[in-house]
Write a protein that binds this ligand. Structure first.
Ligand code: ZN
Length: 267
């Protein structure tokens, strides 16, 4: 099965449409790692898309905050993110709200595809934790059993590779499991790179496809990934979209200037 992996769409429907055109014909199913809304100008359009097209989706911290649920306190959001949350709350249709409310906060394990876990933040703290260092990744590998864990939330494409043996890479974190040396390598996938996943029992992976709607790795292009579970590959994709179109929609919506400008730089 070929899976299109989307994450952190953040109500950027222009970016989402561009990604869908780029990925056309290359997948059998779609999974989404959360944060469908927040920041961007088109929350209902993005929720409608996810509801109609996406087979599996978990809730993200922005989705959660927009619903006003206990557990994610928007006082901890930065003032601009908070403003966007409040704006999104006012825009959401009843149907969109119901759909976001139906999304699971616990990690999902898709049936019939082997050993995969889907979460927004991390296995340890599914809605809120950022897996952004080899140390945090190493700790999280003991919170799940699957061979592959898909995460979003950081808005940066990344691969963390856990191995049941030590190596000496510069960007590795070393630990132990039942006395056996364990290494976690941190890799930044190159655009278009199709990486073979070596799932021999000696290796496990945490994979992050980056963000469709608000990349933060200094590349403004929309990010997504294609996971082929038959031949076991992970292809990192980047695609330029008309950023100015999203930005003009944000201006019309009166969203904060800083949130509009950051899309130009992907930061
Ligand atoms: Zn996000």
């Amino acid at each position: 099965m070929r899976v299109l992996i989307l994450s952190d769409i953040h109500a950027n429907f222009v970016a989402l449409e561009t990604v869908m055109a780029d990925a056309a014909g290359r997948f059998d199913t779609i999974w989404c790692l959360g944060d469908v809304v927040g920041y961007g100008p088109a929350p209902n359009e993005c929720v409608d898309f996810v509801q109609a097209q996406v087979d599996l989706c978990v809730i993200g911290n922005h989705d959660w905050a927009v619903l006003g649920r206990a557990g994610v306190d928007i006082d901890y959001f930065n003032p601009l993110a908070r403003e966007a949350v409040l704006w999104t709350r006012r825009q959401l249709s009843e149907e969109s709200r119901d759909f976001l409310n139906s999304l699971p906060a616990e990690p999902l394990e898709p049936e019939g595809v082997g050993s995969v876990l889907i979460t927004h933040g991390s296995p340890r703290e599914p809605v809120s934790e950022y897996v952004q260092t080899p140390t945090i990744a190493l700790e999280n590998f003991s919170y799940f059993q699957a061979e592959i864990c898909l995460v979003g939330h950081t808005h940066k494409p990344a691969i963390y590779r856990w191995r049941l043996r030590e190596n000496r890479d510069r960007y590795s974190m070393r630990g132990r499991r039942n006395g056996t040396p364990v290494t976690v390598d941190f890799l930044i996938p190159c655009e278009g790179q199709c990486m073979r996943l070596e799932l021999t029992g000696q290796e496990r992976l945490i994979l992050n496809p980056g963000s469709v709607g608000q990349p933060r790795d200094n590349d403004p292009r929309a990010a997504y990934a294609l996971l082929d579970l038959d031949v076991l590959t992970w292809e990192q994709r980047r695609v330029a979209y008309p950023v100015d179109l999203t930005q003009s929609q944000m201006r019309v919506a009166n969203l904060p200037r800083r949130l509009i400008d950051r899309l130009t730089f992907g930061c």
